[in-house]
Design a protein around this ligand. Structure first.
Ligand SMILES: [Zn+2]
Length: 465
Protein backbone atom coordinates (compact mmCIF):
# COMPACT_ATOMS: atom_id res chain seq x y z
CA UNK A 1 0.00 0.00 0.00
CA UNK A 2 1.14 3.55 -0.83
CA UNK A 3 -0.41 6.72 0.58
CA UNK A 4 -0.02 10.17 -0.94
CA UNK A 5 -1.04 13.25 1.03
CA UNK A 6 -2.70 15.52 -1.55
CA UNK A 7 -4.25 18.04 0.86
CA UNK A 8 -4.65 19.03 4.54
CA UNK A 9 -0.92 18.47 5.08
CA UNK A 10 -0.08 21.95 6.36
CA UNK A 11 -3.58 23.29 6.99
CA UNK A 12 -7.06 22.28 8.19
CA UNK A 13 -8.75 22.26 4.79
CA UNK A 14 -8.55 20.41 1.46
CA UNK A 15 -8.46 16.90 2.99
CA UNK A 16 -7.47 14.47 0.20
CA UNK A 17 -5.42 11.32 0.73
CA UNK A 18 -4.71 8.97 -2.16
CA UNK A 19 -4.27 5.26 -1.38
CA UNK A 20 -2.84 2.80 -3.90
CA UNK A 21 -3.50 -0.82 -2.94
CA UNK A 22 -0.96 -3.57 -3.55
CA UNK A 23 -3.14 -4.86 -6.41
CA UNK A 24 -3.24 -1.45 -8.09
CA UNK A 25 -6.64 -0.11 -6.91
CA UNK A 26 -6.73 3.67 -6.42
CA UNK A 27 -8.95 5.06 -3.66
CA UNK A 28 -9.21 8.68 -2.57
CA UNK A 29 -9.97 9.26 1.13
CA UNK A 30 -11.98 12.50 1.25
CA UNK A 31 -12.04 15.14 -1.45
CA UNK A 32 -12.14 18.46 0.36
CA UNK A 33 -12.17 22.09 -0.65
CA UNK A 34 -9.32 24.39 0.40
CA UNK A 35 -10.82 27.28 2.39
CA UNK A 36 -9.66 30.44 4.18
CA UNK A 37 -6.87 32.69 2.95
CA UNK A 38 -6.62 33.35 -0.79
CA UNK A 39 -3.38 31.37 -1.41
CA UNK A 40 -5.14 28.32 0.06
CA UNK A 41 -8.32 28.85 -1.98
CA UNK A 42 -6.23 29.13 -5.14
CA UNK A 43 -5.16 25.52 -4.61
CA UNK A 44 -8.73 24.52 -5.58
CA UNK A 45 -7.88 25.43 -9.18
CA UNK A 46 -4.81 23.18 -9.34
CA UNK A 47 -5.02 19.60 -10.66
CA UNK A 48 -5.54 16.92 -8.03
CA UNK A 49 -2.17 15.18 -8.45
CA UNK A 50 -3.68 12.06 -10.00
CA UNK A 51 -5.84 11.83 -13.13
CA UNK A 52 -9.47 11.78 -11.88
CA UNK A 53 -10.62 9.19 -14.51
CA UNK A 54 -7.96 6.78 -13.18
CA UNK A 55 -9.40 6.82 -9.64
CA UNK A 56 -11.52 3.78 -8.76
CA UNK A 57 -13.48 5.18 -5.82
CA UNK A 58 -13.73 7.83 -3.12
CA UNK A 59 -14.45 7.05 0.53
CA UNK A 60 -15.84 10.11 2.32
CA UNK A 61 -15.43 10.52 6.09
CA UNK A 62 -18.06 13.25 6.51
CA UNK A 63 -19.98 16.03 4.82
CA UNK A 64 -18.08 19.17 5.92
CA UNK A 65 -16.86 20.98 2.79
CA UNK A 66 -13.19 20.81 3.77
CA UNK A 67 -13.65 17.02 3.33
CA UNK A 68 -16.30 16.81 0.60
CA UNK A 69 -16.38 20.18 -1.20
CA UNK A 70 -14.08 19.29 -4.13
CA UNK A 71 -16.16 16.24 -5.17
CA UNK A 72 -18.11 18.16 -7.85
CA UNK A 73 -14.78 19.40 -9.31
CA UNK A 74 -13.54 15.79 -9.32
CA UNK A 75 -16.62 14.70 -11.25
CA UNK A 76 -16.23 17.68 -13.60
CA UNK A 77 -12.63 16.52 -14.23
CA UNK A 78 -13.75 13.06 -15.35
CA UNK A 79 -14.08 10.91 -12.21
CA UNK A 80 -16.69 8.20 -12.87
CA UNK A 81 -16.36 5.92 -9.83
CA UNK A 82 -18.46 5.59 -6.71
CA UNK A 83 -18.35 7.77 -3.64
CA UNK A 84 -18.85 5.68 -0.49
CA UNK A 85 -20.11 7.33 2.69
CA UNK A 86 -22.55 6.85 5.55
CA UNK A 87 -26.28 7.50 4.83
CA UNK A 88 -26.39 10.69 6.94
CA UNK A 89 -23.24 12.00 5.24
CA UNK A 90 -24.92 11.53 1.86
CA UNK A 91 -27.97 13.50 3.00
CA UNK A 92 -25.97 16.39 4.49
CA UNK A 93 -23.52 16.43 1.55
CA UNK A 94 -26.46 16.97 -0.80
CA UNK A 95 -27.39 20.18 1.02
CA UNK A 96 -23.80 21.39 1.41
CA UNK A 97 -22.57 20.59 -2.11
CA UNK A 98 -25.55 22.20 -3.87
CA UNK A 99 -25.12 25.33 -1.75
CA UNK A 100 -21.37 25.39 -2.40
CA UNK A 101 -21.99 25.04 -6.17
CA UNK A 102 -24.49 27.90 -6.00
CA UNK A 103 -21.84 30.10 -4.32
CA UNK A 104 -19.24 29.12 -6.96
CA UNK A 105 -21.66 30.08 -9.73
CA UNK A 106 -22.41 33.40 -7.98
CA UNK A 107 -18.67 34.15 -7.63
CA UNK A 108 -18.14 33.59 -11.35
CA UNK A 109 -21.15 35.76 -12.22
CA UNK A 110 -19.88 38.57 -9.97
CA UNK A 111 -16.38 38.35 -11.46
CA UNK A 112 -17.84 38.62 -14.96
CA UNK A 113 -19.99 41.61 -14.00
CA UNK A 114 -17.02 43.32 -12.34
CA UNK A 115 -14.65 42.31 -15.14
CA UNK A 116 -11.91 41.41 -12.63
CA UNK A 117 -11.35 37.80 -13.65
CA UNK A 118 -8.05 36.94 -15.33
CA UNK A 119 -10.05 34.50 -17.48
CA UNK A 120 -12.95 35.93 -19.41
CA UNK A 121 -15.59 34.78 -19.10
CA UNK A 122 -14.84 33.55 -15.56
CA UNK A 123 -15.83 29.92 -15.03
CA UNK A 124 -17.16 28.59 -11.72
CA UNK A 125 -14.99 25.95 -10.01
CA UNK A 126 -18.07 23.77 -10.49
CA UNK A 127 -21.80 24.08 -11.10
CA UNK A 128 -24.94 22.75 -9.45
CA UNK A 129 -25.09 20.18 -12.26
CA UNK A 130 -21.62 18.89 -11.27
CA UNK A 131 -22.76 18.76 -7.63
CA UNK A 132 -25.89 16.82 -8.60
CA UNK A 133 -23.76 14.29 -10.49
CA UNK A 134 -21.44 13.88 -7.49
CA UNK A 135 -24.48 13.25 -5.27
CA UNK A 136 -25.80 10.66 -7.75
CA UNK A 137 -22.45 8.82 -7.51
CA UNK A 138 -22.78 8.43 -3.72
CA UNK A 139 -23.30 4.95 -2.32
CA UNK A 140 -24.50 5.09 1.30
CA UNK A 141 -23.12 2.27 3.43
CA UNK A 142 -24.03 1.46 7.03
CA UNK A 143 -21.14 2.06 9.45
CA UNK A 144 -19.68 -1.21 10.80
CA UNK A 145 -20.32 -3.11 7.55
CA UNK A 146 -17.44 -4.18 5.29
CA UNK A 147 -17.56 -3.03 1.67
CA UNK A 148 -15.20 -3.21 -1.27
CA UNK A 149 -14.52 0.17 -2.95
CA UNK A 150 -12.33 -1.60 -5.56
CA UNK A 151 -11.29 -5.19 -6.23
CA UNK A 152 -8.54 -6.12 -3.81
CA UNK A 153 -9.48 -3.63 -1.09
CA UNK A 154 -12.03 -3.68 1.73
CA UNK A 155 -13.20 -0.77 3.83
CA UNK A 156 -15.31 -0.03 6.90
CA UNK A 157 -16.71 3.11 8.50
CA UNK A 158 -16.69 3.67 12.28
CA UNK A 159 -18.76 6.55 13.80
CA UNK A 160 -16.55 9.41 14.95
CA UNK A 161 -19.05 11.83 16.58
CA UNK A 162 -18.18 15.36 15.35
CA UNK A 163 -21.04 15.79 12.82
CA UNK A 164 -24.09 13.77 11.89
CA UNK A 165 -22.83 10.79 9.85
CA UNK A 166 -19.12 11.47 10.44
CA UNK A 167 -16.93 8.36 10.48
CA UNK A 168 -13.35 7.18 10.63
CA UNK A 169 -12.31 4.93 7.73
CA UNK A 170 -10.46 1.62 7.76
CA UNK A 171 -8.99 0.59 4.40
CA UNK A 172 -7.32 -2.75 3.85
CA UNK A 173 -5.50 -4.51 1.01
CA UNK A 174 -4.07 -8.02 1.34
CA UNK A 175 -0.91 -6.72 3.05
CA UNK A 176 -1.81 -3.63 5.01
CA UNK A 177 -4.43 -1.88 7.10
CA UNK A 178 -4.79 1.89 7.12
CA UNK A 179 -6.94 3.81 9.59
CA UNK A 180 -7.92 7.40 8.77
CA UNK A 181 -9.46 9.34 11.65
CA UNK A 182 -11.51 11.79 9.57
CA UNK A 183 -12.54 14.48 12.08
CA UNK A 184 -12.89 13.21 15.65
CA UNK A 185 -15.67 14.63 17.81
CA UNK A 186 -15.69 15.35 21.52
CA UNK A 187 -16.75 12.64 23.91
CA UNK A 188 -19.00 15.23 25.64
CA UNK A 189 -20.56 16.72 22.49
CA UNK A 190 -24.06 18.05 23.16
CA UNK A 191 -25.63 16.63 20.03
CA UNK A 192 -23.51 13.72 18.81
CA UNK A 193 -22.61 10.47 20.51
CA UNK A 194 -18.97 9.95 21.54
CA UNK A 195 -16.58 8.67 18.84
CA UNK A 196 -16.46 4.86 18.71
CA UNK A 197 -13.26 2.85 19.03
CA UNK A 198 -11.90 1.62 15.70
CA UNK A 199 -11.46 -2.15 16.10
CA UNK A 200 -8.64 -2.51 13.55
CA UNK A 201 -4.91 -2.52 14.26
CA UNK A 202 -3.46 -0.18 11.64
CA UNK A 203 -0.07 -0.39 9.94
CA UNK A 204 -0.57 3.29 9.15
CA UNK A 205 -2.67 5.79 11.09
CA UNK A 206 -3.64 9.14 9.55
CA UNK A 207 -4.87 11.34 12.38
CA UNK A 208 -6.35 14.85 12.36
CA UNK A 209 -4.84 17.56 14.59
CA UNK A 210 -7.20 20.58 14.37
CA UNK A 211 -6.95 21.12 18.15
CA UNK A 212 -3.67 19.23 18.56
CA UNK A 213 -2.22 22.05 20.66
CA UNK A 214 -5.30 22.95 22.72
CA UNK A 215 -7.48 21.85 25.60
CA UNK A 216 -11.12 22.91 25.48
CA UNK A 217 -12.27 25.49 27.97
CA UNK A 218 -14.66 23.60 30.22
CA UNK A 219 -16.32 26.67 31.66
CA UNK A 220 -20.09 26.50 31.47
CA UNK A 221 -21.15 27.91 28.10
CA UNK A 222 -24.80 27.19 28.90
CA UNK A 223 -24.76 29.45 31.97
CA UNK A 224 -22.88 32.16 30.07
CA UNK A 225 -25.34 32.18 27.20
CA UNK A 226 -28.24 32.27 29.69
CA UNK A 227 -26.78 35.34 31.40
CA UNK A 228 -26.23 37.13 28.06
CA UNK A 229 -29.79 36.41 26.91
CA UNK A 230 -31.34 37.49 30.26
CA UNK A 231 -29.37 40.76 30.38
CA UNK A 232 -30.20 41.57 26.76
CA UNK A 233 -33.92 40.89 27.19
CA UNK A 234 -33.99 43.00 30.37
CA UNK A 235 -32.78 46.02 28.45
CA UNK A 236 -35.30 45.36 25.68
CA UNK A 237 -32.84 44.01 23.12
CA UNK A 238 -32.54 40.89 20.96
CA UNK A 239 -29.74 38.34 20.63
CA UNK A 240 -28.28 37.58 17.21
CA UNK A 241 -26.32 34.33 16.88
CA UNK A 242 -24.51 33.93 13.55
CA UNK A 243 -24.27 30.16 13.16
CA UNK A 244 -23.13 27.43 10.80
CA UNK A 245 -26.25 25.92 9.31
CA UNK A 246 -25.24 22.29 9.68
CA UNK A 247 -24.57 20.89 13.14
CA UNK A 248 -23.99 24.11 15.08
CA UNK A 249 -27.49 25.55 14.48
CA UNK A 250 -29.07 22.32 15.78
CA UNK A 251 -26.79 22.31 18.87
CA UNK A 252 -27.78 25.91 19.61
CA UNK A 253 -31.49 25.08 19.28
CA UNK A 254 -30.98 22.28 21.79
CA UNK A 255 -29.11 24.59 24.17
CA UNK A 256 -31.80 27.30 23.96
CA UNK A 257 -34.58 24.73 24.53
CA UNK A 258 -32.79 23.51 27.67
CA UNK A 259 -32.45 27.09 28.92
CA UNK A 260 -36.13 27.75 28.28
CA UNK A 261 -37.20 24.55 30.03
CA UNK A 262 -35.10 25.29 33.10
CA UNK A 263 -36.43 28.89 33.09
CA UNK A 264 -32.89 30.27 32.87
CA UNK A 265 -34.24 32.36 29.99
CA UNK A 266 -37.90 33.43 29.59
CA UNK A 267 -39.94 30.42 28.42
CA UNK A 268 -41.95 32.65 26.08
CA UNK A 269 -38.93 34.28 24.41
CA UNK A 270 -39.37 33.87 20.63
CA UNK A 271 -36.61 31.98 18.78
CA UNK A 272 -36.19 32.37 15.02
CA UNK A 273 -34.22 30.08 12.73
CA UNK A 274 -33.53 32.33 9.75
CA UNK A 275 -31.61 30.04 7.38
CA UNK A 276 -33.24 27.75 4.81
CA UNK A 277 -30.09 25.59 4.85
CA UNK A 278 -30.26 25.20 8.65
CA UNK A 279 -33.91 24.18 8.31
CA UNK A 280 -32.98 21.50 5.74
CA UNK A 281 -30.12 20.33 7.96
CA UNK A 282 -32.49 20.14 10.97
CA UNK A 283 -34.87 17.87 9.03
CA UNK A 284 -31.92 15.59 8.17
CA UNK A 285 -30.83 15.49 11.83
CA UNK A 286 -34.34 14.44 12.85
CA UNK A 287 -34.42 11.77 10.12
CA UNK A 288 -31.20 10.28 11.55
CA UNK A 289 -32.13 10.91 15.18
CA UNK A 290 -30.65 7.67 16.53
CA UNK A 291 -27.15 8.95 15.65
CA UNK A 292 -27.59 11.72 18.20
CA UNK A 293 -27.55 11.41 21.96
CA UNK A 294 -30.83 13.26 22.59
CA UNK A 295 -33.65 11.77 24.60
CA UNK A 296 -37.01 11.17 22.88
CA UNK A 297 -38.43 14.17 24.75
CA UNK A 298 -35.61 16.43 23.56
CA UNK A 299 -36.04 15.24 19.98
CA UNK A 300 -39.74 15.99 20.11
CA UNK A 301 -39.20 19.48 21.46
CA UNK A 302 -36.09 20.49 19.48
CA UNK A 303 -38.11 22.70 17.11
CA UNK A 304 -40.92 23.58 19.52
CA UNK A 305 -41.53 27.32 19.62
CA UNK A 306 -38.82 27.90 17.01
CA UNK A 307 -40.09 29.90 14.04
CA UNK A 308 -38.51 28.84 10.76
CA UNK A 309 -38.17 31.91 8.53
CA UNK A 310 -38.72 30.67 4.99
CA UNK A 311 -38.57 33.53 2.55
CA UNK A 312 -36.31 36.53 2.24
CA UNK A 313 -39.10 39.09 2.70
CA UNK A 314 -39.96 37.57 6.11
CA UNK A 315 -36.27 37.71 6.98
CA UNK A 316 -36.17 41.45 6.22
CA UNK A 317 -39.35 41.95 8.28
CA UNK A 318 -37.73 40.07 11.19
CA UNK A 319 -34.74 42.45 11.01
CA UNK A 320 -37.14 45.35 11.76
CA UNK A 321 -38.63 43.60 14.83
CA UNK A 322 -38.81 45.83 17.93
CA UNK A 323 -39.41 43.34 20.78
CA UNK A 324 -36.83 40.89 22.23
CA UNK A 325 -36.08 37.61 20.46
CA UNK A 326 -33.22 35.24 19.71
CA UNK A 327 -32.29 35.03 16.03
CA UNK A 328 -30.14 32.18 14.67
CA UNK A 329 -28.94 32.94 11.16
CA UNK A 330 -26.14 31.94 8.76
CA UNK A 331 -23.36 32.26 7.85
CA UNK A 332 -21.44 31.37 10.98
CA UNK A 333 -18.66 33.92 10.57
CA UNK A 334 -21.00 36.57 9.13
CA UNK A 335 -19.16 36.37 5.81
CA UNK A 336 -22.45 36.29 3.85
CA UNK A 337 -26.05 35.15 3.94
CA UNK A 338 -29.14 36.47 5.71
CA UNK A 339 -27.24 37.18 8.93
CA UNK A 340 -25.85 40.32 7.26
CA UNK A 341 -29.27 42.02 7.19
CA UNK A 342 -29.67 41.36 10.93
CA UNK A 343 -26.12 42.49 11.63
CA UNK A 344 -26.64 45.78 9.80
CA UNK A 345 -29.90 46.38 11.71
CA UNK A 346 -28.72 45.29 15.18
CA UNK A 347 -25.02 46.25 15.45
CA UNK A 348 -25.66 50.03 15.84
CA UNK A 349 -28.01 49.57 18.83
CA UNK A 350 -26.51 49.09 22.33
CA UNK A 351 -29.57 47.17 23.60
CA UNK A 352 -28.82 44.18 21.34
CA UNK A 353 -26.21 41.42 21.71
CA UNK A 354 -24.32 39.57 19.00
CA UNK A 355 -23.04 36.18 20.14
CA UNK A 356 -20.57 34.19 18.05
CA UNK A 357 -20.62 30.51 18.98
CA UNK A 358 -17.39 28.83 17.92
CA UNK A 359 -14.24 29.47 15.98
CA UNK A 360 -13.92 32.73 14.01
CA UNK A 361 -11.25 32.90 11.32
CA UNK A 362 -8.94 35.91 11.63
CA UNK A 363 -9.86 38.49 9.01
CA UNK A 364 -13.50 37.38 8.69
CA UNK A 365 -16.26 39.79 9.77
CA UNK A 366 -16.85 37.58 12.83
CA UNK A 367 -13.14 37.60 13.64
CA UNK A 368 -13.01 41.40 13.48
CA UNK A 369 -16.09 41.78 15.67
CA UNK A 370 -14.82 39.51 18.46
CA UNK A 371 -11.53 41.44 18.29
CA UNK A 372 -13.51 44.56 19.23
CA UNK A 373 -14.05 46.36 15.91
CA UNK A 374 -16.03 49.58 16.47
CA UNK A 375 -17.35 49.62 12.93
CA UNK A 376 -17.73 47.06 10.15
CA UNK A 377 -18.59 47.12 6.48
CA UNK A 378 -21.80 45.28 5.66
CA UNK A 379 -23.22 45.16 2.12
CA UNK A 380 -21.22 48.23 1.12
CA UNK A 381 -22.25 50.31 4.17
CA UNK A 382 -20.12 51.27 7.16
CA UNK A 383 -22.06 50.15 10.25
CA UNK A 384 -21.10 51.36 13.75
CA UNK A 385 -20.90 48.59 16.36
CA UNK A 386 -22.59 49.60 19.62
CA UNK A 387 -24.26 46.27 20.44
CA UNK A 388 -22.52 43.93 22.90
CA UNK A 389 -20.37 41.35 21.14
CA UNK A 390 -19.64 38.00 22.80
CA UNK A 391 -17.67 34.95 21.79
CA UNK A 392 -18.74 31.55 23.15
CA UNK A 393 -15.65 29.40 23.02
CA UNK A 394 -15.89 25.71 23.79
CA UNK A 395 -18.65 24.97 21.28
CA UNK A 396 -16.27 23.23 18.90
CA UNK A 397 -17.20 19.91 17.28
CA UNK A 398 -13.59 18.69 17.41
CA UNK A 399 -11.89 16.69 20.13
CA UNK A 400 -9.08 18.60 21.87
CA UNK A 401 -5.55 17.20 22.23
CA UNK A 402 -6.50 14.92 25.15
CA UNK A 403 -9.56 13.72 23.25
CA UNK A 404 -7.43 12.82 20.22
CA UNK A 405 -4.93 10.94 22.41
CA UNK A 406 -7.83 9.12 24.10
CA UNK A 407 -9.27 8.09 20.72
CA UNK A 408 -5.86 6.76 19.58
CA UNK A 409 -5.39 4.89 22.86
CA UNK A 410 -8.47 2.81 21.99
CA UNK A 411 -6.82 1.29 18.92
CA UNK A 412 -6.11 -2.40 19.55
CA UNK A 413 -2.37 -2.08 18.76
CA UNK A 414 0.28 0.55 18.16
CA UNK A 415 0.48 1.57 14.47
CA UNK A 416 3.84 1.07 12.76
CA UNK A 417 3.52 4.58 11.30
CA UNK A 418 1.53 7.63 12.35
CA UNK A 419 1.05 10.65 10.08
CA UNK A 420 -0.41 13.79 11.65
CA UNK A 421 -2.58 15.70 9.17
CA UNK A 422 -5.40 18.30 9.14
CA UNK A 423 -3.86 20.89 11.45
CA UNK A 424 -2.11 24.24 11.34
CA UNK A 425 1.67 23.59 11.59
CA UNK A 426 1.86 24.40 15.34
CA UNK A 427 -1.13 22.19 16.19
CA UNK A 428 0.13 19.27 14.08
CA UNK A 429 3.58 19.46 15.63
CA UNK A 430 2.22 19.69 19.18
CA UNK A 431 0.13 16.56 18.62
CA UNK A 432 3.13 14.76 17.08
CA UNK A 433 5.14 15.45 20.26
CA UNK A 434 2.27 14.48 22.50
CA UNK A 435 1.76 11.15 20.66
CA UNK A 436 5.42 10.35 21.37
CA UNK A 437 5.19 11.40 25.01
CA UNK A 438 1.82 9.91 25.97
CA UNK A 439 1.61 6.85 23.72
CA UNK A 440 5.27 6.11 22.94
CA UNK A 441 4.53 5.98 19.21
CA UNK A 442 6.69 7.75 16.68
CA UNK A 443 4.64 10.14 14.59
CA UNK A 444 5.49 12.70 11.96
CA UNK A 445 3.87 15.49 9.98
CA UNK A 446 3.98 14.74 6.24
CA UNK A 447 4.91 17.34 3.61
CA UNK A 448 2.18 18.37 1.14
CA UNK A 449 2.22 15.92 -1.76
CA UNK A 450 4.50 13.44 0.02
CA UNK A 451 4.15 9.76 -0.88
CA UNK A 452 4.48 7.33 2.01
CA UNK A 453 5.09 3.62 1.28
CA UNK A 454 4.07 1.03 3.84
CA UNK A 455 6.80 -1.47 4.70
CA UNK A 456 6.25 -4.90 3.20
CA UNK A 457 6.81 -7.85 5.47
CA UNK A 458 8.37 -10.28 2.99
CA UNK A 459 7.41 -13.25 5.10
CA UNK A 460 3.79 -12.39 4.34
CA UNK A 461 4.49 -12.78 0.64
CA UNK A 462 6.88 -15.73 0.56
CA UNK A 463 6.20 -19.30 1.51
CA UNK A 464 8.69 -20.67 4.05
CA UNK A 465 11.08 -23.34 2.62
ZN1 LIG B 1 -15.41 18.25 10.00
Amino acid sequence: MLVQILGAADCVTGSRHLVRGVDGGLVLLDCGLFQGWKPLRERNWLPLGVAPPSLDAVVLSHAHLDHSGWLPALVRAGFRGRIWCSPATRDLAEVLLLDSAHLQEEDARRANRGGWSRHLPAQPLYTRRDAARAIESMRPITPGKDFSPVTGMTARLTPAGHLLGACSVTLRDRLHTLVYSGDIGRSDDMLMRAPQAVPDAPDLLLVESTYGDRQHDDSDQQARLAAIVRDTVERGGSVLMPTFAVGRAQALMLLLQRLRRSCEIPASLPIYLDSPMAQAATRIHLAHARLMRLSQAELRTLCEGVTAVEDAADSRRLARRKTPAVILSSSGMATGGRVLTHLAAMAPEPRHSIVFPGYQVAGSRGGRLIDGAREIKVMGQIVPVRAEVHHLRGMSGHADASGLIGWMRQLPAAPAQVLVVHGEPAAADALRLRIGRDLGWSARVPRPGETVPLAVDLSALEQPD
